[in-house]
Ligand binder design. Sequence first.
Ligand code: UDP
Length: 328
Amino acid sequence: MKKRVLITGGAGFLGSHLCDRFLNEGFEVIAMDNLITGDLKNIQHLFEREDFHFYHHDVTKFVHVAGNIDYILHFASPASPIDYLKIPIQTLKVGSLGTHNLLGLAKEKKARILIASTSEVYGDPLVHPQSEDYYGNVNTIGPRGVYDEAKRFQESMTMAYHRFHGLETRIARIFNTYGPRMRLNDGRVIPAFIGQALRGEDLTVFGDGSQTRSFCYVDDQVEGLFRLLMSDYSNPVNIGNPDEISILDFAKEIIKLTGTDQKIIFKPLPKDDPLQRQPNIDLAKKVMGWEPKVSREKGMEETYKYFQSLSKEELEKSEHKDFSKHIR
Ligand code: UDP
């Protein structure tokens, strides 16, 4: 009998890569998604497979799955600042009510559950790099609060189920991750810059571009998540790539990568935009023997190829929306 895994947000960027990985590992996969930010085209290559099923369902409503489930990965959530602005209440609900439903399902099915948490639980961090014992600096009522607080609540709820019900739980604190199947118009910096380069527009750097991020390629992220699920460690673990870069330098890298002669233009820094972000991954190394392997150069090459393969129509549809002014 194949082990069965439920992946919520299965039609999203990370969720769809997880579907691929678990199918390759010989699992039966049930992907669940309400398709608000997910897209069926990310999983259309899986529809013919007998060991893959798709349920169109919103996990903030009671979740029913017939039969046994061995593992649950809860990856349903908007995950970009532009989405939090457009759908703030759904963002809060999926992290809180959705998580509660899935913890309840895990308890019922005696399944192990891995929750997708985020570096956003550290907010605009006062400690650098961020390790798991840092409690964070989050503005509860700022534009990112709907995501950050839902994810913080999600961690508390997950630990409560672990401690009170003895549920097998895993918490991944995911740092900026990129790769094929990111949404071209999700507002995140990588699709934003590549989209701009492909459309021949100037690259919009927010603030002076001195804020930093550390980008993890999706294959490395999925490997880390898989190992964490299979580990016996139930406290939160950072999964990300510590290779840190300023957004201004990153914009220059994109211009080089795309071979375009785009200019860089500066726009106001959105409110609560973290000034620095870099994971300390000592714990992941210790618990799962994991560290990222794919360089930014290689990962960005793959990602660029993916965006180039999109149709002209999709590219035009994705015209960059400058949202920085809305969230001050
Ligand atoms: N950013 C930017 N120009 C854009 C989009 C984003 O300079 O067109 C900046 C943004 O202000 C942030 C960084 O890039 O400092 C990463 O943004 P993203 O939305 O990808 O992720 P997050 O802020 O959640 O890490």
